[in-house]
Design a protein around this ligand. Structure first.
Ligand code: PXL
Length: 270
């Protein structure tokens, strides 16, 4: 236990191996105290045929009031699926009121994949996210989210120039270190890290399987390693390997998230 308390802000999907049900075990595995701010309670995530959605915007100010009274502060923030623009304003309040020193902020925009927005999101949500990302130290968009954020064509086949151009534009837009996830190049998959000066790729074997929820595992493991002091490339490579191992362990019939439990239990901690 390293004593760092991290606030992760995401939805609580009761079923579906995503968002908080992934972030909590992963952050704990890496020795961080995981505090949560649930943005909404869903019956299951939105890749199912239907879902119920209970938005928690109205409750969050009450939670904040108690955190203030109890002097609660966090050493880092990890944001995932937020659901509504109203939650974004509350995240900004959380950074202002509950940050221990200059606690780093990692934001996964978590609004789309495979060239499409997730159900329930629209252009206004993307515009609001553009603004929120300015408060981040590190952002973790996939290619879909990056293309919506900067308004460029979404491509499935591309070269380094396409990815690096996106990274430059996102850096200009947000001022945050950009980690583009799910970059597929030369038969491999991984990330491009751009810190405003240099581009660094962390690519490895592509497991030929798609599963929902891989982005959430990646974000939680990446953020945990980063909050523990790992260099960004190492955080990417640990998180990327975890995702690959989890995908391999996931049964073909499974259908809703990656079966990460056994892999996480046997992977190195800290
Ligand atoms: O994995 C991203 C995610 C998180 N939370 C909810 C989702 C999704 C993706 O569809 O629906 C509720």
């Amino acid at each position: 236990m390293n004593g760092k308390k991290i606030l992760t802000v995401q939805d609580l999907s009761c079923v579906g191996q995503c968002s908080l049900t992934v972030a909590l075990p992963v952050l704990s595995h890496y020795g961080l105290e995981a505090a949560i701010l649930p943005t909404a309670v869903l019956s299951n995530h939105t890749m199912f045929k239907s879902w119920s959605y209970f938005d928690l915007t109205d409750e969050i100010p009450n939670i904040f009031a108690e955190w203030s009274k109890n002097g609660i502060k966090f050493s880092g923030f990890l944001l995932g699926y937020l659901g509504k623009q109203t939650i974004m304003a509350l995240c900004e309040r959380a950074f202002d009121e509950f940050s221990e020193g200059d606690a780093p902020v990692v934001i996964d925009p978590a609004f789309g994949d495979n060239g499409k927005l997730y159900g329930g999101f629209d252009a206004d949500y993307v515009a609001a996210m553009r603004n929120l990302l300015k408060r981040a130290d590190i952002i973790l968009p996939n290619i879909t989210e990056a293309s919506f954020l900067i308004g460029c064509e979404y491509k499935t086949a591309y070269g380094r120039e396409y990815v690096e151009d996106i990274a430059h534009k996102l850096f200009e837009m947000t001022g945050a270190v950009v980690v583009i996830t799910g970059v597929e190049l030369e038969g491999q998959i991984g990330e491009l890290i751009y810190d405003g000066k240099t581009c660094e790729y962390v690519l490895s074997e592509k497991v030929p399987k798609y599963s929902h929820g891989t982005g959430d595992i990646f974000a939680a493991a990446f953020a945990a390693k980063y909050f523990n002091g790992a260099p960004l490339a190492e955080a990417c490579s640990v998180a990327g390997k975890l995702v690959a191992d989890c995908l391999k362990a996931t049964a073909d019939w499974h259908g809703y998230g990656v079966q990460f439990e056994d892999v996480l239990a046997s992977s190195p901690q800290g």
